[in-house]
Write a protein that binds this ligand. Structure first.
Ligand code: FAD
Length: 480
């Protein structure tokens, strides 16, 4: 950006939010220029942190008039390079807009601003509405509730309810042209209980990676907090066995959450805990006596008896449908998934990098995809690190290979990039679609969706954002 244009922009932004909430200091801009992945960094020209709708409206009007790119940002933890400002301009850090505006006990939703985090909503509900809960991802508690729904996240209630975008019951969106639009029942009433029976215009903003408007309010579903919970864990000695166990559990429709991880990843995490240093390379392999894959079903109940009956029903289903399959367990444990993020965070501390090919795809291709993906990890001498979450009662699956890495190790970065390129080709071939699609994967996806899909996508984008200010350069968009 030309210096004189930048000075004028900064002066105007300072008038809107005050100089303490605008920065061009390289020490501040640096953190917005990169993320956990090896994606090429790019610097914003300025970062601005508004607190009110009025400030936000003034910023967007200014950016639209001056045709300055705007990248919405909460914690930058999407693991897809989605908040790296590819064209510079303004990084719009929305952390200060962090009010939980309303919680409806009876209609079971929370109306939140963009900066509300998973940690914040949990603490708030525990204190003020202890009978209700929201979901959580494996991402750090500082990541955004709204952002997670925008990127169609997979969370601990996804076995029951699918991707996080499916639990949105209303939106308020600021368009590039300055209009503030409400979507769902909140458009016509005080209550934000559902999008239906309106046209489902939320689809113009969810899954778009912040390229069509700034979401200023979001209503998300809450659920009654179960009184009793446990985790049932099965350890399969091979991937065929893992698939059979998953199918048996899916058909019970009982768990809240159903996930699986490569045992070798757990082994490396354990080593990292002990030695405060984690390395995926050279690969750590399981021994012959150790399992290949760990499956965990989170089960909840209103009473101890209900919980016990559900646990028994899941065990029974596996016993019946998995005769002859070599496995360890089932073991019943206290809910364990909450411990996993702590391990993931430990992992991040050893070198700061995290990369994966993350995807959603059909259960029918799960086994072949996972087998081939793990074989690719063997080929690159990188520890098998598959993580799967079964979505929407088994109608599709989330699949990714977690790749924590040391950012200072160029040999490992190359190895991981090469592995991911091959894993991307594999998943696409198998009918899995890269989620939170990073720029390095978009070209391949664009080739698959066909020209008419792209034409429609671009038409919608042009209609909503005629000056292409919102997070330009993302998926489906023309490259200059
Ligand atoms: C260790 C680790 C584990 C993770 N595990 C999971 C997991 O289990 N499940 C999962 O789903 N995700 C996971 N993630 C990814 C991610 O952190 C979450 O999905 C998270 O909720 C995104 O929040 P964020 O605040 O980091 O969003 P950001 O990265 O800041 O933003 C995400 C996207 O949303 C856009 N955006 C943000 N706010 C707005 C707005 N108001 N209007 C329009 N666009 C906006 C941004 O421009 C960007 O494109 C994980 C991440 C890490 C680091």
């Amino acid at each position: 950006m030309i210096e004189a244009v930048k000075s004028a922009l900064v002066a105007n932004l300072e008038k809107i939010v005050g100089s303490e909430f605008v920065s061009t200091n390289p020490a501040d801009l640096y953190i917005y220029s990169y993320d956990l992945t090896p994606a090429e960094p790019n610097w914003p020209d300025v970062v601005v942190l508004p607190q009110s709708i009025e400030e936000l409206q003034a910023i967007i009007s200014l950016a639209n008039k001056e045709k300055v790119p705007v990248t919405p940002y909460i914690a930058g933890g999407n693991v897809g390079g989605l908040t790296i400002p590819l064209k510079g301009g303004i990084t719009l850090d929305l952390k200060r807009m962090n009010r939980i505006i309303e919680v409806s006990e009876t209609d079971m939703y929370a109306l939140v601003e963009p900066g509300v985090t998973f940690g914040q909503i949990k603490a708030y509900l525990d204190k003020h509405h202890p009978t209700l809960m929201y979901t959580y991802a494996f991402s750090p508690p500082s990541t955004g509730v709204m952002a997670n729904a925008i990127v169609q996240g997979l969370d601990n209630l996804s076995f029951r309810y699918g991707a996080a975008s499916h639990w949105v019951s209303g939106l308020e969106v600021l368009l590039a042209t300055g209009e503030l639009v409400r979507i769902g029942s909140g458009a016509a009433s005080k209550s934000w209980q559902a999008i239906v029976p309106f046209p489902e215009l939320d689809g113009l903003f969810l899954g778009w990676q912040g390229t069509t408007g700034v979401i200023t309010k979001m209503a998300v579903s809450l659920w009654p907090k179960p009184k009793h919970s446990t985790a049932l864990s099965f350890m399969a000695m091979d991937l065929d066995g893992a698939y059979a166990i998953l199918q048996a559990v899916i058909r019970t429709r009982i768990p809240d959450d159903l996930i699986g991880t490569s045992f070798a990843l757990n082994k490396v995490s354990q080593l990292a805990y002990e030695h405060k240093k984690m390395s995926m390379y050279p690969a750590v392999y399981r021994t012959q006596e150790e399992p290949e894959f760990v499956i965990t079903a989170e089960i909840t109940g209103n009473t101890e008896n209900e919980l016990k009956a559900k646990v028994e029903a899941v065990k029974e289903a596996v016993r019946e449908k998995c005769k002859g399959i070599k496995m360890m367990g089932p073991d019943t444990m206290p809910s364990t998934t909450a411990a996993f993020p702590m391990q993931a965070l430990g992992v991040l501390s050893s070198g700061g990098g995290l990369m994966w090919v993350g995807s959603y795809g059909p259960m029918s291709a799960w086994l072949e995809t996972i087998k081939k993906g793990c074989e690719l990890q063997d080929k690159y001498d990188i520890t098998r690190s598959c993580y799967t979450r079964i979505m929407n009662e088994g109608h599709f699956a989330g699949l990714r290979w977690m790749l924590p890495y040391d950012k200072e190790d160029p040999e490992l970065v190359k190895r991981i990039n090469d592995l991911c390129a091959e894993q991307l080709d594999l998943i696409l071939e198998m009918g899995y679609m890269p989620y939170k699609t990073p720029v390095w994967a978009v070209r391949k996806l664009e080739e698959r969706v066909g020209p008419d899909w792209l034409k429609l996508h671009r038409r919608v984008k042009e209609m909503l954002d005629p000056n292409n200010i919102f997070n330009p350069g993302r998926w489906g968009m023309p490259r200059e």
